[in-house]
Write a protein that binds this ligand. Structure first.
Ligand code: FES
Ligand code: FES
Length: 180
């Protein structure tokens, strides 16, 4: 018996009818054709299927799609904005943080979530915190470099956004009609 679910995926509202046993990763890949989310093990070990659920990294092979009812999901396809790579994607490209690329979407999604939780990272932090993401090409050295560079990019983009917000608030105050 099919069941209906509604959720938001990469900012778009989605309603669908699915088999209740459908895993979230199957729903994303097979039904929505968002194939950037990979399946490496199907047993919650490799992290290739990592997406964000309400802003937190989760392994989408480890939950049912119905458990995401009402949630906001972001996949690797939802990270770039207006044609510009997310700072973490740009850092993986710049640092050559990939070889075959199979683990890369999951690595990037985990790294973005990690930096959001812990903006100031050391290499040891990255190694410890991303231990749930496996790279079968074993190129971990450049992955760690990429995550550190991506963290810098995310932190400066955050500062730039804060500065832009402060500036537009100042502009708004400067141009607001005097009420006194
Ligand atoms: S496919 Fe989900 S953790 Fe490996
Ligand atoms: S780059 Fe090949 S699995 Fe990580």
């Amino acid at each position: 018996m099919a069941i209906s679910i509604s959720l938001t995926v990469n900012g778009a509202p989605i309603s669908a009818s699915i088999d209740p046993g459908t895993l979230l990763v199957q729903f994303l890949r097979d039904q929505l054709r968002l194939t950037g989310t990979h399946v490496g093990c199907d047993t919650a070990q490799c992290g290739a299927c990592t997406v964000h659920l309400n802003g937190r990294a989760i392994k989408s092979c480890n939950i049912l799609a119905v458990q995401a009812e009402g949630a906001e999901i972001t996949t690797i396809e939802g990270l770039a904005k207006d044609g510009a790579l997310h700072p973490m994607q740009a850092a993986f490209r710049h640092c050559h943080g990939l070889q075959c690329g199979f683990c890369t979407p999951g690595m990037v999604m985990s790294a973005v979530s990690l930096v959001q939780r812990q903006p100031n990272l050391t290499g040891d932090d990255v190694r410890a915190q991303l231990d749930g993401n496996l790279c079968r090409c074993t190129g971990y050295h450049n992955i760690v470099k990429a995550v550190l560079e991506g963290a810098e990019g995310m932190n400066s983009a955050g500062s730039a956004n804060a500065a832009a917000n402060a500036s537009s608030q100042a502009d708004a105050q400067a141009t607001a009609p005097a009420t006194a």
